[in-house]
Ligand binder design. Structure first.
Ligand SMILES: CC(C)(COP(=O)(O)OP(=O)(O)OC[C@H]1O[C@@H](n2cnc3c(N)ncnc32)[C@H](O)[C@@H]1OP(=O)(O)O)[C@@H](O)C(=O)NCCC(=O)NCCS
Length: 235
């Protein structure tokens, strides 16, 4: 996100929240906050009929402080919701934060915001506590959600290790692609509100395949670390 994005960002922010961030708050993140990363997503190649190419479709703003990711703000354009844009933004947020050394992630969300809570739960975030009366307009509790170490391989693993494993192991890269493909299939399938018995079985198969793919990836990383500890190279 650049300052030149702010006109669209602020308009979208105002459509999305009853207590929107002000221009000053956005500028503070962009200009003065060394911990902040701010992503703006734009439509490419006439992907959607509702908006023309280049239009802002969403944004994610986060801090990485002392190995902890703090998700500060996340919005998707109302007419493009339920198309997986937030999932892609969160995926990129987690991956960038992991590359910056984040091991855990933290956020707060309105107790009534079931859409956002469902999104975060899909990435393994768990509800940790309530901050009573944290929000105004309307007065409401905040739910604190956390993704703890080990919740996601990308967050729990040393990014330097993953980078080398990815570079050196074509099998690991293939598994990562498979894992992503299965994730997309699962997303497509769970978009259907009522699954037929056959679809339920397919869903379970995909979930099983996903887990076993992840196990294989974890095993490659484990073997790699056993034989080639990166710390030896660094010291
Ligand atoms: C929350 C928000 C970012 C989700 O964006 P989105 O692009 O529509 O989300 P996605 O399409 O990627 O959906 C991802 C998952 O979120 C959950 N979800 C999203 N919208 C939902 C809704 N209306 N009801 C229930 N679950 C919902 C689902 O688990 C969904 O997965 P599924 O589609 O496989 O069921 C969007 O609704 C938004 O901008 N809301 C206003 C701002 C906001 O509340 N930001 C979060 C502040 S903490």
């Amino acid at each position: 996100m650049q300052e030149s994005d702010l006109e669209e960002v602020i308009a979208l922010e105002q459509r999305s929240f009853t207590e929107p961030w002000t221009r000053k708050m956005f500028l503070g993140e962009l200009r003065d906050n060394v911990f902040a990363t701010n992503l703006a997503a734009r439509a490419e190649n006439q992907e959607w009929n509702e908006v023309s190419e280049g239009v802002l479709v969403g944004y994610s703003m986060f801090w990485v402080v002392f190995e902890e990711l703090h998700l500060m703000n996340l919005v998707v354009r109302p007419e493009l919701r339920r198309r997986g844009i937030a999932k892609e933004l969160v995926r990129q947020t987690l991956s960038i934060a992991a590359a910056k050394g984040a091991q855990t992630a933290l956020l707060e969300v309105r107790a009534s915001n079931v859409a956002a809570q469902g999104l975060y739960e899909g990435f393994g975030f768990k509800r940790k506590s309530l901050r009573r009366g944290y929000y105004e307009h309307p007065h409401e509790d905040a739910v604190i959600m956390m993704l703890e170490k080990g919740g996601d391989i990308m967050l729990s693993e040393d990014p330097a290790v993953l980078e080398v494993v990815r570079r050196e192991h074509s099998e690991f890269r293939a598994l990562e692609d498979t894992h992503q493909r299965l994730e997309d299939q699962l997303t497509e399938l769970t978009k259907l509100h009522i699954l037929t018995p056959d679809e339920e079985i397919r869903k379970k198969q995909i979930q099983f395949e996903k887990l076993s793919t992840k196990d294989k990836m974890a095993e490659i990383v484990r073997q790699f670390k056993q034989h080639r500890p990166l710390s030896a190279g660094r010291s």
